[in-house]
Design a protein around this ligand. Structure first.
Ligand SMILES: Nc1ncnc2c1ncn2[C@@H]1O[C@H](COP(=O)(O)OP(=O)(O)OP(=O)(O)O)[C@@H](O)[C@H]1O
Ligand SMILES: [Mg+2]
Length: 246
């Protein structure tokens, strides 16, 4: 892929992650610039979520280096990376189901964002406004519909006041109308200067927001760059379009 420039915000160089003999990440280099939105596509098992886990510090990598804003964070724990401004959502959302929407965002603002009660309350209210969840503040997370659960997943990540947000397949399962609303939310984050990395199988949603596209398969980066050029790439078409019709 293109060599990272000096503006690059989050940079991974030659990452490796093995599970036994399986190379989930096999020499993956990746970068995202400040304020940039990068999409990641690839067939099931390509290593996309594993890349997020490596970037967020969910587990130690088997090799390679990660820098954020110029600092080497390769061996920093997840909490440190979160405090530095890296937030992620999960492919399988992980809200506290017994808590309300507001309480869920408060937990993230206090534990992840390090805010004390009063500023966390103000911050949580702002995030609920921003994500369209304000009217549902007192609704238990367990009672939310799918779109609002996705919004809550984004809200919990935003509550930690990140510089960069890693979105893992938040579009899945939504109707077209719901998807339009989710895209509008992500676009608004981008418009406010948030750096975004978005894994998504729903290409037409991704293409609306991203500046650059990365395609992974079998733990490797097949192609990266202009979204249309990546989708025209012969290896990408074979590995991705061939196996996952849009
Ligand atoms: N904790 C784990 N232990 C063993 N193997 C794992 C583990 N996590 C992921 N893998 C394997 O690593 C490979 C990459 O998985 P990953 O979840 O990163 O793929 P993905 O691109 O996110 O796929 P999907 O589109 O299905 O979400 C897969 O073969 C997966 O089975
Ligand atoms: Mg995944």
């Amino acid at each position: 892929m293109n060599s990272p420039d000096l503006q690059s915000h989050l940079v991974a160089r030659r990452l490796r992650k093995s599970y036994g003999s399986l190379k989930a990440l096999d020499d993956v280099s990746f970068h995202v610039g400040k304020g940039e939105a990068v999409g990641i596509v690839g067939p099931n098992g390509a290593g996309k979520t594993t890349l997020f886990g490596a970037l967020a510090g969910s587990f130690p990598v088997s090799g390679g280096q990660i820098t954020f804003a110029g600092d080497d964070i390769t061996h920093d724990p997840a909490e440190t990376r979160c405090a530095m401004g890296i937030a992620r959502t999960y492919q399988v959302p992980r809200p506290f189901l017994g808590m309300t929407v507001f309480e869920n965002v408060m937990v993230a603002a206090r534990a992840g964002g390090g805010l004390s009660a009063a500023p966390a309350t103000d911050h949580a209210a702002k995030i609920l406004e921003q994500t369209g969840l304000f009217a549902l503040a007192n609704t238990p997370a367990a009672a939310l519909g799918l779109l609002d659960r996705k919004r809550l997943e984004v809200a919990r990540a935003l509550a930690t006041s990140p510089d960069i947000i890693l979105l893992d397949e938040i579009g899945g399962g939504l109707t077209e109308a719901e998807l339009v609303q989710l895209i509008a939310l992500i676009q608004s984050l981008k418009d406010n200067g948030m750096t975004i990395v978005w894994i998504e199988h729903i290409l037409h949603a991704l293409i609306k927001v991203i500046d650059r596209l990365v395609c992974m398969a079998e733990g490797r980066v097949l192609a990266a760059g202009d979204p249309n050029a990546v989708m025209q790439n012969a290896d990408v078409r074979r590995a991705y379009l061939g196996s996952t019709p849009e």
